[in-house]
Design a protein around this ligand. Structure first.
Ligand code: PLP
Length: 401
């Protein structure tokens, strides 16, 4: 049904997601450009010394230096903020700058983190080898087992870190249950929501505190740029994030912010189409004799299937599967593909496939891979926007060898 015109339509808070994605944060210059402008500048000038003084004192709104903020970056932050329904958003240079910023801005020596074990490779490195150098300890848990989170908490625990669905095993964690455990103990719950995207899952609604994104993945979704963002309350942004990120310098380039801003316009259309295709591919793979296991959140065979349906709008753009013939068969499959590219990137319009054990999860070692359930015969497919029939045929002909 069409909504009746409403006086509130001047306020983006009343807009539907689709409208937010196309128009949210739009800040036109005096020239009235249709598409958002790219402000490729590092500095800003002031009409007089009094204005400069007022801006530095924080008494007047306005830009002072691109490391602190830029109009194109602001447009990107506002559009993503509106999509997430968060109070505040801070754009940064990459997903890892977002993860590092969100963790390092609030931790100090002596603090303890509890994190799910199934993590993106670089997140795993930050928690298990970089933060410990600064006196921050950690406990890894099987994130889907909610009791393990409760048991791992000590009086030093300041932060929970989790990723759902996880990379590459697509484990799904109960955001509401884990957030509740954290909340009750005053622990900040940080969620890496990159695999789900803000279209499929909004962790703030389940009680999480801080959400991190890599713009590199679905938000750009066309393989062009790196970028990232941290979503939080205004208080967290002003008191923790801003002082840390402004002075340490992981600024998002205005050009990259513009690319991500344009990516957001089509994010929902792309992600929903990719999810639909991924679901079909997952069903097709379940019927293949050379495939021993298919992991996809919206398949009934997924261990947390009911939770997936409750927590996510659709099953996601990623399908992970295991080949009967192990690493040899996985490499053979990748070699035979005619359309799908071998690449460790994901969320792209182009379908991409990778063998995690030898690439993204190579550095963590065999023991950690075993603990995460990453096997030698496992491949991870990021389903793109090509015709799903072509993709299914490409996989089937490659599996047949
Ligand atoms: C890609 C990714 C990151 C890191 O993002 P970059 O933009 O590559 O720095 C972190 N977490 C997950 C789950 C990712 O997929």
């Amino acid at each position: 049904m069409l909504k009746k015109p409403d006086k509130n339509l001047a306020n983006p808070d009343y807009w539907a997601e689709e409208t937010r994605l196309v128009r949210g944060g739009l800040d036109r210059s005096q020239h009235g450009e249709t598409s958002e402008a790219i402000y490729l500048n590092s500095g800003f000038v002031y009409p007089d010394a009094e204005t400069a003084e007022a801006r530095f004192a924080g008494e007047e709104e306005g830009y002072v230096y691109a490391r602190y903020g830029n109009p194109t970056v602001s447009m990107f932050e506002e559009r993503l903020r509106l999509l997430e329904g968060a109070e505040a958003c801070y754009g940064v240079a990459s997903g890892m700058a977002a993860v590092w910023g969100a963790l390092a801005c609030q931790l100090e020596a002596g603090d303890h983190i509890v994190s799910s074990r199934a993590l993106f490779g670089s997140c795993y490195q930050i928690i298990t080898s970089i933060l410990p150098k600064f006196g921050i300890t950690y406990t890894l848990v099987d994130g889907y087992d909610t009791d393990q989170w409760r048991d791992a908490v000590s009086d030093k625990t300041k932060l929970f870190f989790l990723e759902t669905p996880s990379n590459p095993t697509l484990e799904v964690l109960d955001l509401a249950a884990v957030s509740e455990i954290g909340r009750a103990k005053g622990i900040t719950v940080v969620v890496d929501n990159i695999f789900a995207t803000p279209v499929l899952q909004k962790p703030l609604q389940y009680g999480a505190d801080v959400i991190v994104y890599s713009g590199t993945k679905h938000i750009d979704g066309q393989g062009r740029t790196l970028g990232g963002a941290v979503m939080s309350t205004t208080e967290f942004k002003e008191k923790k994030l801003k002082p840390f990120l402004r002075h340490t310098g992981p600024s998002l380039s205005p050009f990259n912010a513009w690319t991500l801003l344009k990516g957001l316009e089509t994010l929902k259309l792309r992600v929903m189409a990719q999810c639909k295709a991924a679901h079909k591919i997952a069903e097709m793979l379940e019927g293949e004799a050379s495939v021993s296991r298919v992991i996809y959140p919206f398949l009934k065979s997924h261990p947390q299937h009911a939770l997936c349906r409750k927590q996510m709008v659709a099953g996601g753009t990623m399908v992970t599967f295991e080949l009967v013939g192990g690493k040899k068969a996985a490499f053979e499959l990748l070699r035979n593909l005619q359309i799908i590219d071998i690449s460790n990137n994901l969320g792209d319009a182009k379908s991409l496939i990778t063998h995690p054990a030898s690439t993204t999860h190579r550095n963590i070692g065999e023991e950690a891979r075993d603990a995460m359930g990453i096997t030698e015969g496992m491949v991870r497919l990021s389903v793109g926007l090509e015709d799903v029939g072509d993709l299914a045929a490409d996989l089937q002909q490659s599996l047949a060898g």
